[in-house]
Ligand binder design. Structure first.
Ligand SMILES: Nc1ncnc2c1ncn2[C@@H]1O[C@H](COP(=O)(O)OP(=O)(O)OP(=O)(O)O)[C@@H](O)[C@H]1O
Length: 547
């Protein structure tokens, strides 16, 4: 396809792509790899694609403008058609107990300060918070696994979210990056599935957890296996960039808890390999992202699917939750409890943020200067996939072993890059926004925004890759006034909110721009308004046993 002589430019490519889509719509050709695989196309590695739906992105739908795959390349559609493909079968997960329980980050010196973060809980009849894991109504085996994970006391979000989920309520939860949101939903879900066991039917997951990126899905899968260790629960995962047939084998074996990226999940749903009659929990991790443009259409399809069990709980978690997205989220929630730990959309104050005024011509020199001081465990965010490739090859020729992760890399390469960075064989990871959310990597000491993201929520998530669970972290941002001035006001708000120094040049630019949070309520708002809902501060047990 990409060698076709009539494609001379982007316009030609667009026409060719539309033509292919029309042929597909008319059922003249298939653009979907499943068809190929089901008809027995010979599997091999690094085969050239015929254009799989998932290669248009995790969801296969229109993507939102700020997503890297949209903004990074002017010729994305050409690339989508041309993209290299592979039949990738991911390595089997470890069954070694030590390895399973070694995945998390040990809590740091600021952990006890979590206790000082203001908490807002609103909704009808909000269940009281818990003080510790043993009083959380979790099954003994789960509490055992929590101990083996090294958790001594719950984080604030765990204290509020676990009882809400256990009580059978829907939930919208906002808490800062690295504060234990994953366990907040996994622990009560796993415990409740064990409390009230139901026969496992193939292709009928009892809990479905969707994630915006493949690597985050893998991480949640590992966490779920950890907390469900030595129980009979089966934890499954399906995500794009991997062999459909291989993951179909996992589906047909059946999973109580299924973790998925949306596009791949919907592929299975479209073929009726997965249905939701038995689904008791639907979790949207990074919920604001899952409900934003690009994913929202797919999410609607999932949430309103004809097979969806009416009595399911919907749980949404994120560190950021713009008000317009909260309103949209409300459509999928039923009499939900809203929990905000600290400032909704606020940055973690354990991350020391430094902003340098750097023009695009001076960024490389500034980066080298910083890396020469200390390069170990540095993640460098750039806006474009091409920029990531360029910077990674440039740095690889210096003294800094560097790898990269972005949406144009094969899935096997993406996973290898993360492994190399995690085990320290690569000191520097160059990443696009595909790595900005959720990833929990022990040795990230420093986040560098080589390019300032276009959206302040992306900034908050990116810098949240460090300074996790009470550890100190460091984030450095190159701010180019020519390119980034529109985000200055939002950035100042984030810096002020986290008690960070705002440089003079930025303060002067600060009159421009706006944000996804209304100014008077920046700091935690339940968009339903406060009229009919109670602030639950009095309804929560005292937290004196925090440490
Ligand atoms: N109660 C606890 N005690 C100690 N460590 C914990 C506790 N809860 C979670 N952790 C650890 O904290 C780290 C961060 O947790 P997690 O990844 O769930 O954060 P998050 O809030 O989802 O962050 P993000 O917004 O970036 O997705 C993990 O390594 C996890 O194992």
């Amino acid at each position: 396809m990409h060698n076709a002589p009539f494609i001379r430019n982007r316009k030609d490519a667009l026409m060719a792509y539309r033509f292919l889509l029309e042929l597909k719509t008319a059922n003249i050709i298939s653009l979907s790899s499943d068809g190929d695989e089901r008809r027995g196309r010979r599997e091999g590695f690094n085969q050239e694609p015929r254009g799989e739906r998932n290669e248009r992105g995790e969801a296969g739908f229109e993507r939102r403008r700020r997503n890297e795959d949209d903004i990074n390349n002017n010729n994305d559609i050409v690339e989508d058609v041309q993209k290299k493909r592979e039949f990738y079968i991911p390595p089997a997960p470890s069954n070694d107990e030590t390895e399973i329980f070694s995945s998390g980050i040990a809590s740091g010196i600021n952990f006890s300060k979590y206790d000082n973060i203001p908490v807002k809980v609103t909704g009808n009849d909000v269940p009281p918070g818990i003080k510790n894991f043993t009083s959380a109504d979790l099954r003994g085996i789960i509490v055992e696994n929590v101990k083996k994970s090294g958790y001594k006391v719950p984080t604030p979000i765990q204290k509020r979210a676990i009882p809400v989920i256990t009580a059978g309520r829907d939930l919208m939860a906002c808490a800062q990056t690295g504060s234990g949101k994953t366990a907040s939903f996994l622990l009560p879900i796993i415990s409740k599935l064990l409390d009230d066991p139901q026969d496992l039917e193939f292709g009928r997951p009892q809990a479905v957890i969707v994630s915006p990126t493949r690597e985050l899905a893998i991480q949640i899968f590992d966490e779920a296996r950890k907390f469900a260790y030595e129980t009979y629960l089966k934890i499954g995962i399906v995500y794009g960039g991997t062999s459909f047939r291989h993951q179909n084998d996992c589906i047909t074996k059946g999973s109580h808890v299924l973790i998925a990226t949306l596009g791949r999940l919907l592929d299975f749903v479209d073929r009726t390999f997965v249905t939701f009659e038995d689904t008791r929990f639907v979790v949207l991790d990074e919920a604001d992202r899952m409900l934003d443009m690009g994913f929202s259409e797919g999410m609607r399809k999932l949430m309103t699917h004809v097979t969806m069990r009416p009595q399911h709980q919907t749980l949404m978690f994120s560190a950021t939750f713009p008000e317009d997205i909260q309103r949209l989220a409300g459509e999928f929630l039923n009499n939900y409890v809203f929990v905000a730990i600290g400032m909704v959309g606020g940055a973690c104050s354990d991350v020391k943020q430094t902003i340098y005024e750097v023009s695009k011509f001076n960024k490389r020199a500034k980066l080298m200067e910083i890396l020469r001081e200390e390069a170990d465990g540095t993640i460098v965010f750039v806006e474009t996939k091409r920029g990531a490739d360029f910077l990674a090859s440039y740095l690889s020729e210096t003294e800094f072993p560097t790898t990269s992760i972005h949406g144009d890399r094969l899935q096997s390469q993406r996973e290898q890059a993360l492994r190399d960075f995690k085990n320290g064989s690569m000191k520097v990871l160059i990443a696009t926004s595909v790595a900005s959310r959720g990833l929990d990597i022990k040795n990230i000491k420093h986040v560098i925004n080589y390019d300032m993201p276009k959206n302040i929520d992306d900034y908050v998530h990116r810098i949240g890759r460090t300074g996790r669970v009470g550890n100190n972290g460091r984030a450095t941002t190159f701010f180019d006034p020519d390119q980034d001035r529109l985000i200055a006001a939002d950035l100042i708000k984030i810096l002020d909110g986290a008690g960070q120094t705002v440089p003079e040049f930025l303060r002067n630019l600060g009159a421009c721009g706006g944000g996804g949070y209304s100014s008077q309520d920046f700091g935690g708002v339940d968009v339903r308004g406060r009229g009919n809902y109670v602030n639950d501060a009095t309804n929560v047990e005292a937290d004196e046993d925090w440490e």
